[in-house]
Design a protein around this ligand. Structure first.
Ligand code: UD1
Ligand code: MN
Length: 426
C-alpha cells in the first residue's frame, strides 16, 4: 500500500515538473515555440539531443580516464626490454616529402616488430596518401587517417592560427589511437619534415628505462635547441636533463598521455606543455647533439624560424651504442648532485672575459645572470637562443644553460640560492 502511494507521488511530481518545464519554456520564448513549425522544432530538438550525446560521451571518456588513473599502480611495473614495443608515430599532412622521413626511419630501424611505424595523416591530401600507401605495401607500416579534416571556425584575430588548431586536433586524435586503440605503453612522436640520426632508435631504447623509472622525467627528446654546429661539442654520448620541453622527436609514456590527453589544448600544444600546469616540475632528457633535424622550410609557423635558426642545427652522424652504457647518471638524485657540483666548481667570468678568449685554457667557464634582461643580453652576445617559455630558457636545467662557445663549455647560470623559474620572464 505504502509503496503504491510512493509511486503515485513520484508520478505526480514527475508530471508536474514536466508541465512546469514546458510552461517555463513557452513563457521564456513567448510566441516562439508556437510560431516555429513542427519541422523546425524537431530540428532544434535533434540539435539538442546531438549536443547532449556528445557531452555525455565526453563525460564518459573523462570517467574512463579517471578510472584508469585510479587503477594504475603508483610504482612503475618493471619492464622487459626484450618484449618491449616502442611505436614511432609519424604525424603527416599534405607534404609528399614525408617519404624522406620514412626512408630514414626505415633505413635505421633495427627491428620492425619492436619499432612499428604508424603514420597518422591529417589533411586528406591524396598525393601524400599515395606516397604513404607505398610504404604500407613495401615496409609493412600502418597508415591511419584523421577522420576529422573539417575547417575550424575561428574569429578573425585567431584565423591565422588555423594551422595550429588543426595540428593540435590531429595530435590529440593520433595519440588517442596509439594509446587507446592500439594500446601501446609508450610512443616516439616525429613529424613529416624530420631527418633522424643513425642512433635514433638506440637513443630512445636506452633512455626508456630511465624515463620509466624516474617520475621527475616526463619525456625524452631528440632535440637540443642550441644544437647548432658551433654550439655543441663533438661528444655524441653527452646527454642532459632539461626543464624545457624540446619536442621535435620525443618519447612519452602512456601514463603521461592519460594525464594530459583529456585536457589537450585546441592549439599551440607544445607551449601548452611547457606551462607549469602541465609540466609540473618535470624534466626531459635531451642530447648534446640532436638526433633529429628538420628540412621543413615552410610550415605552420611560416618558415622564419627555419631560415634564422633551424637550418643550422647539427644532426648527429655517429652511432652511439647507448643501450650498452649505464645511463643511470640521468636519474634525478644522481644527476642533480653531479650537475650542481660541476657548475659550482666551474670558474666564474664575465661575458666580456669569456668572449675575449683570455681564459681559453680552461675547460669550462660559468657566467651568472640574475635578471631576465641580463640573460637575454648575454644569450644574444654568445649566439644562443634568448627566449623563454613559461619563464624557462631553452635547454635550461635548474636555471643553467649549457653550450659551447668557440670550443669552450659555458654554463650560463643563476647565482647560488636560486629560487626557481619566474613565469613572468618572457
Ligand atoms: C611547429 C613545430 C612543431 C609543432 C608545431 C605546433 C618546429 C620546427 N616545428 O610546427 O614541432 O608541432 O609548431 O606548435 O618548431 N600538420 C597536421 N595538420 C595540419 C598541419 C600540419 O597534422 O593541418 C602536421 C604536419 O604534418 C607536421 C606537424 O603538423 O607533422 C607540424 O607542421 P609543420 O607545418 O611542419 O609546422 P611547424 O611550423 O614546423
Ligand atoms: Mn615542421
Amino acid at each position: 500500500m505504502r509503496r503504491k502511494h510512493l509511486v503515485a507521488i513520484v508520478v505526480v511530481i514527475f508530471l508536474t515538473w514536466n508541465f512546469l518545464m514546458y510552461y517555463m519554456l513557452v513563457s521564456k520564448n513567448p510566441g516562439k515555440l508556437g510560431s516555429i513549425s513542427v519541422e523546425d522544432q524537431l530540428k532544434i530538438l535533434q540539435g539538442d539531443i546531438r549536443h547532449q550525446l556528445s557531452h555525455n560521451s565526453e563525460l564518459l571518456q573523462h570517467l574512463q580516464e579517471l578510472d584508469r588513473k585510479i587503477h594504475q599502480t603508483t610504482t612503475p611495473v618493471p619492464y622487459d626490454a626484450n618484449r618491449f614495443i616502442l611505436p614511432i608515430l609519424l604525424i603527416a599532412c599534405d607534404r609528399t616529402t614525408v617519404s624522406r622521413s620514412l626512408d630514414l626511419l626505415i633505413k635505421y630501424r633495427p627491428n620492425k616488430n619492436k619499432f612499428p611505424i604508424i603514420v597518422s595523416q591529417d589533411c586528406g591530401h591524396k598525393p601524400t596518401a599515395d606516397v604513404i600507401q607505398r610504404y604500407v605495401m613495401e615496409h609493412d607500416i600502418k597508415h591511419i587517417k584523421h577522420p576529422n579534416i573539417s575547417d575550424i571556425h575561428l574569429p578573425w584575430p585567431q584565423k591565422k592560427f588555423q594551422g595550429y588548431y588543426k595540428l593540435s586536433r590531429h595530435y590529440r586524435w593520433a595519440l588517442n589511437q596509439v594509446f587507446h586503440t592500439f594500446n601501446h605503453s609508450a610512443v616516439v612522436i616525429v613529424e613529416d619534415d624530420l631527418d633522424i640520426s643513425p642512433d635514433f632508435y638506440e637513443y630512445f631504447s636506452a633512455t626508456f628505462p630511465i624515463l620509466h623509472q624516474d617520475p621527475s622525467l616526463w619525456c625524452v627528446s631528440a632535440w637540443n635547441d642550441n644544437g647548432k654546429l658551433d654550439m655543441v661539442s663533438d661528444d655524441a654520448e653527452l646527454l642532459y636533463r632539461s626543464d624545457f620541453f624540446p619536442g621535435l622527436g620525443w618519447m612519452m609514456e602512456k601514463s603521461t598521455w592519460l594525464e594530459i590527453g583529456p585536457k589537450w589544448p585546441d592549439a599551440f600544444w607544445d607551449d601548452w606543455m611547457r606551462h607549469p600546469d602541465q609540466r609540473r616540475g618535470r624534466a626531459c632528457i635531451r642530447p648534446e647533439i640532436c638526433r633529429t633535424s628538420t628540412f621543413g622550410k615552410k610550415g605552420v609557423s611560416k618558415g622564419l624560424f627555419y631560415e634564422k635558426h633551424l637550418k643550422f642545427i647539427k644532426l648527429n652522424s655517429k652511432f652511439v651504442p647507448f643501450t650498452q652504457k649505464d645511463l643511470s647518471y640521468l636519474l634525478k638524485d644522481k644527476y642533480d648532485t653531479y650537475f650542481t657540483k660541476l657548475v659550482k666548481d666551474t670558474p666564474e667570468v664575465t661575458v666580456a672575459e669569456a668572449m675575449s678568449g683570455h681564459r681559453s685554457n680552461m675547460k669550462a667557464l660559468k657566467i651568472l645572470y640574475s635578471t631576465k634582461d641580463e640573460y637575454k643580453s648575454t644569450a644574444k652576445k654568445l649566439g644562443i637562443m634568448d627566449d623563454f617559455k613559461a619563464g624557462v630558457p631553452r635547454v635550461a636545467y635548474n636555471g643553467v644553460v649549457s653550450f659551447m662557445y668557440r670550443g669552450q663549455r659555458i654554463y650560463l647560470s643563476p647565482p647560488p640560492g636560486w629560487k626557481g623559474y619566474n613565469i613572468k620572464w618572457s
